[in-house]
Each structure stands twice: as structure tokens, then as C-alpha cells.
Design a protein around this ligand. Sequence first.
Ligand code: ADP
Ligand code: ZN
Length: 719
Amino acid sequence: MAAPLTKTLSYLVPDALAGEVRIGMRLSVPLGRRRAVGFLLELTRGPARGLKPVAALLDPEPLIPETLIPLFRRAAAYYQHPIGQVIATALPAGLAGRGEAPPVLRETFYRPTAAEGRPRGERQARMLELIRMRGEVSLSELRQLFPSPYPQLKRLLEAELVSCRTEERLRDPFLSWPVAPDSGPLLTAEQDEALKRLQPLLEAPRFETFLLHGVTGSGKTEVYLRAIDRVVGLGRTALVLVPEIALTPQLVARFRARFAGRAEISVLHSGLSDGERYDAWRSILRGRAEIVIGARSAVFAPLQRLGLIVVDEEHEASYKQSEGFRYHARDLALLRGQQQRIPVLLGSATPSLPSYHRMVSGQGVLLTLRERAGGQPLPTVELVDMTETLFRTLLSEPLVGALRANLERGEQSLLLLNRRGFAPYLLCGSCGRGFRCPNCDISLTWHRSEGSLRCHYCDFGQPPPDACPACGGIDLDPQGAGTERLEAELSELFPAARIARMDRDTTSGKGAHRSLVEGMLAGRFDILVGTQMVAKGHDFPGVTLVGVLNADAPLNFPDFRAGERTFALLAQVAGRAGRGDRPGRVLLQTFSPDHYVFDAVVSHDYRRFCEAELAARRSLGYPPFGHLVNLVLAGNLQSRVEEAAAALAARLQPLPTGVEILGPVPCLLPRLRGRFRMQILLKASRRPPLRQLLDRLAALSRPVPAGVSLAVDVDPVDM
Ligand code: ADP
Ligand code: ZN
């Protein structure tokens, strides 16, 4: 049921439907006085007394394979989310709610018959000639050649000079992409070793977690490709999860090149229309695609005979959905692997601490690639101590010097500044007044080229005033810097350089991100500046210099994962340098050069970083040594939300032994899109008492009053 019910409901299958009904179908059922769409999860025999009958079957074939149903059930229980909404998240949009599937596209084909009769009129004759010559012609083609062909076709059919058949046509926007087949390089010894460890489980699948920890450029993707090749060769299918498909065009292209003509690849990405999504779902379900590549929600792709799940860049926070059904795709991938008894391969240059900890505590197999695949050395990483610079310029002298040298050598550079826009604040020079979002109460970012002050949370925008609304002063000063300002400063410093920018603002158009990637690969740009987007997965062999402007900025984030995230971002962006045949150099500008994160980045020592970080987490009881659940309350009236939070915290008392309650406190973003937010963080060293408390919460009647919403975030990533 796509309704917020935590329980499933039982209905009677009437005799008339008994022959057709199968698990996984959508049903129309009575619910109160309405009709609702439901999913058939289980068929049982038993007394029918008191049960209402199913009104209709909505699909001719099941939309959900039976193997996914246990995944939905466990996910619903684990994340404390109504199972109907879990299924609705998994299915292509629209299927769960309305019951109306997007229209199926059909194509009609015309063939000549053996009949000898003569057509009437010249148009009919030409049409028949074409159909006879070609053996079969589709209606869409006929319509291109003969505007409004219907009367003639009708006559030809009536005269039995042609026959027709109709078949379903699946939309696939990727079908038209050309690819050059590629058979892959000779494996390095380390890649070979990793594959040897995987091999037995590909041949005779059972559940196991593998963590492929490979330095940037070590050829992890090649390991995925070979493993999947084996899986497909054995007649099974593979699922590949990536953090964001639009940002991984190179990976998709490599898969398509490798499997061209040998295996069908279905790419699930956010650019698909509802109809395309529906088609992709059905074609996967029918076994037409052996390989599915997709982001977060693809963990539910209805693949049958699954033989391997790959989770690339498993450390990425985007695997966690932050609204609605707040699941973590990596964790559900592991659950799916366990349920379907197949191996799961997690890969990263900077594995998440929970995954790393899982391996060192014996719950999986760690595969390591220490060297870059082409034998290139890892880049040298240097710190630029910004506390020593007298003038707080955006670009330090050493970085400017390195950029200049790189330009003179004709090599490419990449600069990371993790803030888009021109300046994060616009302040009145006379009275110091700033501008804040009316919905989110955070500072508005100044986007100069667009001429607006914008909220990076809700996208609210307004033109900047000519004068300060508080004091009438006319000096409005941009404070701090974003990528737009960096780009402008670089053009002044290096007027001849070809500079491009990659951030959410420059990549929102269709194909914009891809054309930036292609521009870098083709050597059309000398310097690419951007937000964390530039750090992700790209393989730009021409880049020999990487600079990071505020390398310590993410450390100041009030979150116990700040160190882990900073390390991952810096190691990933550093890894973009020196992937081709010339060595790479990385300069990190920082105000806190003594922080242990920088030691680890400079020495490329992930393990040292993990040991230090794990020790800190252990002493504080944070994941992976403890478990968290965040209860988020939100509403339009601040006082109401505060009262509701206090009341809820009181109702959770007495706490089961081992559970701690932190809060209620305002959320990190206390106001978001016009709603006030409070949180109650639950922390426990073991899961069972936490579960017990959540069950109690679920049993509360009206846990929050009207006008306040409550979201349960199990294993929260943003707090
Ligand atoms: P990662 O995913 O670990 O960052 P990639 O799989 O993208 O690394 O590989 C980095 C580069 O090395 C790519 O250009 C890839 O084609 C190349 N490569 C991978 N494996 C090999 C190999 N065995 N021999 C030579 N080059 C390789
Ligand atoms: Zn806002």
C-alpha cells in the first residue's frame, strides 16, 4: 500500500482473479471509502471472513521480483519507515501513487502478404512497393516518407496486400551513443591478485563483503570491469552503484566500450523521464539488461539472477537519502547481498570508517591496490601555511608560482574551492549589515554574473539592493570568495590562460558537465576551477598541478565526521594530479597546517589516519563504535516545535539501559525552507536497546502534535 501504513493489510483474492494473481503485482484495493494502490507481498490460504476483496489487478505481470520483497521488509523495519513508501521510493515515479503506469510505447510494422492484388492510386502503389522491397517497414518510418499514410495503409490492409503486427517499444536514451569497443589492458599484479580473491565467489556465489581500497588511479574500475565480465559470462547479472551518474560520464563510457555487443547495460540516471524510467525498470525485470549502473535508488533495480553488487566510491555521503525514506544505499546493498547470497564489492581510495572498521574486525575481505595502474608515482603533496602570509590574498605566492610554471610548460591545473558563487557574504561597509535567507536564516551568497543573492539551501534569490536597507550606505562589500571570484582573479593574473569553471551553477544545463570533462580531456582548458565536483572520479591525464584554496574549511564543520570528510575530499582531489605520464604536484593552502589530517594527506597514509580517527571515535562512542538515531521535528511555529520536542523527549523516558539522549537542540540548520527544526539524538553502544526504544516510539499514539512533523533518521549522516 503506498499509504503511510506501517502494517501490511490482508485482502481476499476473488475467484475470478485467482488464476492471474502473482506476488509482486500492483492491485487496486478498497481502503476505507477510497480505492488505493497496493502491492501484493504475500499470498496465503486461510479463512476469508471479514476480508474485503481485491478490486482489480493493475499490471499483467508482476512489477516487483519476489527476491526484492524481503529487502523492502527489512529496510522498512530497519529505517522505521512505512513499507508502502519504501516500495514507492524504489519503483519508477508515479507507479505507486496513481496506479496509472506511463503509457507503453508501441510500434507497428507492415509486411507484404503473398496476395497478388493491385493497389489503387499512386501513393498506395509506392507504399506497397517500399514494403515489398524492404520486407518490413515500421509505421514511424512510413510516416516520415508519406505524410498521413493512414488511409492508404488501411486500404492495403483491407485488400490483404499487407499485414501488420504491433510490438512494444522500449525507450532508451543511451541507445544512440556511439562507442568504440575496448578489450582492456593487461592487469597489474595487484589487480590480478584482487581478482583472484574475488573469483571463487563469482563462480559459486555466497555473501561476502569485499573492500577494494585502491589509491587514486590504481585501476579499481578495471577490477570491477573484469569481475563483472566473469559474472556476465556465467549468465548472471551485475549491479553497479555510483554516487551520482551525471558526474561519472567516464565510468559509464568505459562500461559501454567494454561490453559493447556482449552485454546490455541499463543506465539509471536522474535525467530519465518517468516513461524512460518505467521502460528501464521493465526491461531490467525481463532480463534484457545484464548490467545496471545507477545512483542510490538503483540499489532496488529489479535484476534477476544477480551475481555481484559493486558500490563505487562507497564513502560518498550522497548514498544516504536525506529526506523521506532515509536509507543508505551502501548498507542496503550489503543487506541485498546477504539476502541473495552474493558478494558485494565496495571500492574507494578513501573508504568510510565503518567499512574500513568492518574489514579490520574480520567482517570482510580487504583488497588493496597500493600502486597506480600505469606505474605513475603518487603526487607530492605540500602545505602552504596561510597564517604566515601577511596579506590575506586568495591565492598564495607558492600557488601562483606553480600555476605560472604549469602554464609555461603547457600543462593543466585544477583548483578546488569548495564554495560556489562570487562571495559567501555581502556586507554593508558602513554598518556591517549582511543579508540572510528569509526561509533558512543563513547568509545569502553573492552570485555576481547572475546579479543575485542566492540561498544555497532553498535557492531563494533576490537582486542585491543599491543601498543598505539598514543605514542607506552604498558600499556593499563582497566578503570571502567562491569559485566565481576565483575564476575572475585568475583571469586577471593570467590573461592568456584558458580557464573553465565546474560547479553546480555551470553544470546545470544538459550536457554541460560532460562538455567540461571533454574540454579538459581534449586540452581545451589550462585551468579548471571548481567545487568538490572537480574532485570526483575524473581521469584527466593532462593535470599535473592541483591546488586547494581553503583546505581546512571543512574541518570547522561541527560534525564528528569532519576529519573523515576532509581527508576524503583532499585525498580524492590530490589524486587528480599526475595520472598521465608526467608527475603530479599538490598544494594545500591551510590555516591549520598542524592538524593530523594534513599529515595523513601529505604522506598518503590512509591507515594512519584511520587508526587515529577510530581511536577518537571509540572514546566518544561514535559510529562505528556506537549507533545513532536522529529524531527531527519540524514545523512553521518555533514555539510549537520546541514544545513538541521537549514533550517527545520526556515521553521517551525512562530510557532503556545503554541509550543516551542528546537534546532536544536546534538542528545544525535551525531553519530550513521556512520551517523550524529541532532534533533529539539517540546514541547507544549496542543496537538492541535502541531498537527497543524505536519500537516504543512507533507505538506512541500521536508522538507529535498537529502542525509538527517527525522524521526518524536511522544512522544519520547529516545532523
Ligand atoms: P581508479 O578507479 O582506481 O581511480 P581507474 O580504474 O580509473 O582507477 O584507472 C586509472 C587509469 O589507469 C585509467 O586511465 C585506466 O585506463 C588505467 N588502467 C587501469 N588498469 C590498468 C592496467 N592494468 N594497465 C594500464 N593502465 C590501466
Ligand atoms: Zn533558503
